[in-house]
Design a protein around this ligand. Structure first.
Ligand SMILES: Nc1ncnc2c1ncn2[C@@H]1O[C@H](COP(=O)(O)OP(=O)(O)OP(=O)(O)O)[C@@H](O)[C@H]1O
Length: 303
């Protein structure tokens, strides 16, 4: 029951004419930060809402630690969720907002202080919510989700509105929580964010799974776009030798060559065999932004 694994299996949600989520299956492991990534309208929020029993699936099932959310004996102690920017009674202080939730959920009152400290809001404990910045509201939302000390944390676009320092803070917090063995599932439509935040990625487009794996695996799955950057004083000899091995060679304009179709060791071997001197041999990995665009292109029609 406490393993914290999330399993999404054949999950489907149809609204009138829209297949918001379409036979989606993936797993989320405990002890890791999983980025749930997709362009706007891909179906992320709908998926998270089905996971949390807020939307009824048309088909399929989502379980947390082997049970549907609705069947978890103490859901708030098992799963914390931040689905949109935290809202609270405007005149209430941050600490009182959390104490009210503790009282309603039956959590000990001291959890409010602990959760506020966890998100670094202790100095603003007695300030009213209406004076909180968007970043502070996001932090308060996470504090509220953590009140039950949950094994699983689900966050929908938590970095929205955060400045770079706020995003850094969020990354450190989520990595710490994952390091404690918790399952962290965090959605975003922004790649740059996920590149910083996530260990694993689940990428969806138009309600369907596009890729799942570690950040590195997802990158490697796009191996055809990996290029080898090479520099040599014998450009013509090396180009001819590589082309003979079916590699594609493109001058980079700065004196270097970009080679695709063969990996870096192969370029080294070809150069050695052709007695070509190398001054540089590096792997140019595509950035996640490019991978993401390639993966979701054409599937992410604006809906
Ligand atoms: N209650 C609803 N009724 C009808 N269509 C809906 C409803 N909720 C979502 N949709 C549609 O389902 C699709 C997926 O929406 P969803 O909000 O899950 O995507 P998302 O990936 O979270 O996108 P965003 O990042 O823009 O929030 C969209 O086309 C959306 O318009």
């Amino acid at each position: 029951m406490s393993d914290g694994q999330i399993i999404v299996s054949g999950l489907t949600k149809h609204y009138k004419n829209v297949r918001a989520v379409d036979n989606l299956s993936f797993t989320v492991a405990p002890g890791r930060v999983t980025g749930f990534l997709g362009p706007n309208g891909a179906g992320k929020t709908t998926t998270l809402r089905m996971l949390l029993n807020l939307v009824r699936p048309t088909a399929g099932v989502a379980t947390i630690s082997g049970q549907r959310y609705a069947d978890l004996p103490e859901p708030l102690r098992h799963v914390g969720a931040v689905l949109e920017a935290s809202s609270a009674h405007k005149g209430r202080t941050g600490i009182n907002h959390l104490r009210v939730i503790c009282a309603a959920a039956g959590f000990p009152r001291h959890r409010a202080d602990e959760a506020l400290a966890l998100v670094g809001l202790t100095p603003a404990a007695k300030r009213k919510f209406k004076g909180y910045s968007l970043g502070m509201r996001q932090r308060l939302g996470i504090a509220a989700a953590m009140l039950g000390d949950p094994k699983v944390l689900v966050l929908d676009e938590p970095a929205n509105g955060l400045d770079p320092e706020g995003i850094r803070w969020m990354r450190d917090l989520l990595k710490t929580l994952a390091g404690q063995g918790r399952t962290i599932l965090v959605s975003s439509h922004l790649l740059s964010e996920m590149q910083l935040l996530a260990d694993d990625l689940v990428i969806i487009a138009a309600g369907k799974l596009v890729r799942q794996g570690t950040v590195d695996q997802v990158m490697d799955s796009m191996a055809h776009s990996v290029q080898v950057r090479v520099r040599t004083p014998q450009v013509d000899e090396l180009t001819a030798a590589l082309v003979a091995q079916n590699a594609t060679v493109t001058p980079n304009g700065d004196g270097a060559l970009l080679v695709s179709g063969v990996d870096a060791p192969a370029v080294g071997r070809v150069a050695l065999k052709a007695a070509v001197e190398l001054h540089e041999l590096t792997v140019e990995r595509p950035d996640l932004e490019r991978v993401f665009l390639e993966l979701t292109a054409g599937k992410a029609a604006i809906r």
